[in-house]
Write a protein of this length. Sequence first.
Length: 171
Amino acid sequence: MTVLTDVLRQSVVVFSQNYLPMSRVNIKRAIVLLVTGKAQALDYSTGNGWLVRSPSTSIHVPEHIRLTFGNSERLWKVPPVNRREVLRRDAHSCQYCGNNRHLTLDHVMPRSKGGLHTWDNVVTACEGCNSRKGDRTPLEAQMPLRTKPKSPMHPTVAFSEMFWHEYQIGE
């Protein structure tokens, strides 16, 4: 019985019609996509995957499947700059000292000096660092940023990057 439950815990990488890695799904969802013809196997030749049997049939579920339906890639808009999204991007930590308590938003280039409320100008900062930096740039305040602020990535691109790093062939 442990072999059965081990197989059901596996996940399958789903590619779009254009062969872009989109997501991971559990093996049950992959079986449904394969049986209904909404997906096709991508790696029959390697033999990787799992053989799943039922009383009436057996199916080979590969590690990678490609969707055979759907429209062109979904449209995605960059989310608006707001506290929740900036905190998520900055992993809920101050971008000056790394603290994760009493967080606020800080404009890297202060708005009084022409800084805009954009993804590449807003970072998470603790109250102490935000007041210490005040109305100055990080260079003027001698407070370097831990990471360069940037706008969020399209979810498919983010998953693709993670996927390709995970499956990167030896260096």
